[in-house]
Design a protein. Structure first.
Length: 230
C-alpha cells in the first residue's frame, strides 16, 4: 500500500538535493561512477533522527544537513563504473536511438545532454553527466514538488536556494568538484531571514513542490520518473 508523502517545506528538498550530490561525488571518487538515469523515480528517502548525514570522500568525512530525511539512489541499469581491474563496466547506448527521442519531460533532455557531453561514447568517464541530474532534480523540486508548508519565509528562501543550486551545479565538471567547492559549503550554512525585513545573504529562485510514495521498507520513492523504452 502506497500513500502520498509531502516534504515539510523546501528546506528538506534543498538538503536532499545536496545529499544526492554528495552520493554522486563519493561514487565518482571511488569508482568513476556515473548514474546516467537519475530521474526522481530513482531516488528514495527515509526519516532520520540525525541532524546531518555523513559521507566519506577521499578519506575525509563531510556532513550534509538532514532536516529529518536521508536520501539514497537506486536502479543502476545504465550506470557506468570501473571494476577492480580498472575496466569500465557500462551499458553502451551508442545505437539505442529511442533512448534519446523522448519528449515532454526534462528527463529526456538530460539523456540528450549526456549524449552531447560524451559524444555518444559511453565507455569513457564523463562525470559532468552527474551534474546534469542534480540540475534536473533541483528543477523538478522547484517546479513539481509538493510541500506541506508553502507560505513561510523559510520555504520561499529555500526555493531560492534550489533555483540557484540548479544553475550553480552546471558550472562544475563533476559533483566531486562541486562538493569540495566553497559554494557547496556556503549552501550548507545558509539560513532564512528571521523576518521579512531581516537582512540576509541570499543565494538567489522560484517554484513550488514533491510527491513521495511510502514503501513498506519505510524508504520513500518520490516522483514519477520515466525511462525511454527501447
Amino acid at each position: 500500500m502506497q500513500k502520498l508523502f509531502f516534504f515539510k517545506n523546501s528546506r528538506q528538498a534543498f538538503y536532499l538535493t545536496l545529499q544526492i550530490a554528495h552520493i554522486l561525488a563519493v561514487g565518482e571518487s571511488a569508482m568513476e561512477f556515473e548514474h546516467r538515469d537519475l530521474h526522481w523515480g530513482n531516488i528514495l528517502v527515509r526519516d532520520t533522527d540525525s541532524d546531518t548525514v555523513p559521507y566519506i570522500l577521499d578519506g575525509k568525512t563531510v556532513h550534509v544537513p538532514s532536516d529529518g530525511i536521508k536520501g539514497c539512489i537506486i536502479d543502476f541499469t545504465i550506470a557506468r563504473v570501473v571494476n577492480d581491474q580498472n575496466t569500465p563496466v557500462f551499458l553502451d547506448l551508442k545505437d539505442d536511438e529511442e533512448q534519446f527521442l523522448g519528449t515532454g519531460d526534462h528527463q529526456f533532455d538530460i539523456y540528450r545532454m549526456m549524449k552531447d557531453c560524451n559524444r555518444n561514447e559511453w565507455a569513457p568517464f564523463c562525470p559532468k553527466t552527474n551534474t546534469y541530474w542534480i540540475h534536473y532534480l533541483a528543477d523538478k523540486l522547484v517546479c513539481k514538488g509538493r510541500f506541506l508548508e508553502t507560505d513561510s519565509v523559510e520555504h520561499h528562501f529555500f526555493i531560492k536556494q534550489l533555483q540557484t543550486l540548479k544553475s550553480v551545479i552546471m558550472r562544475h565538471d563533476s559533483c566531486q568538484k562541486f562538493v569540495f567547492h566553497k559554494t557547496c559549503e556556503d549552501f550548507k550554512k545558509v539560513q532564512p531571514p528571521k523576518s521579512k525585513t531581516a537582512g540576509c545573504r541570499l543565494f538567489p529562485a522560484s517554484g513550488s513542490a514533491t510527491k513521495i510514495k511510502v514503501q513498506k521498507s519505510r524508504s520513500k520513492g518520490f516522483g514519477a520518473g520515466t525511462r525511454a523504452q527501447s
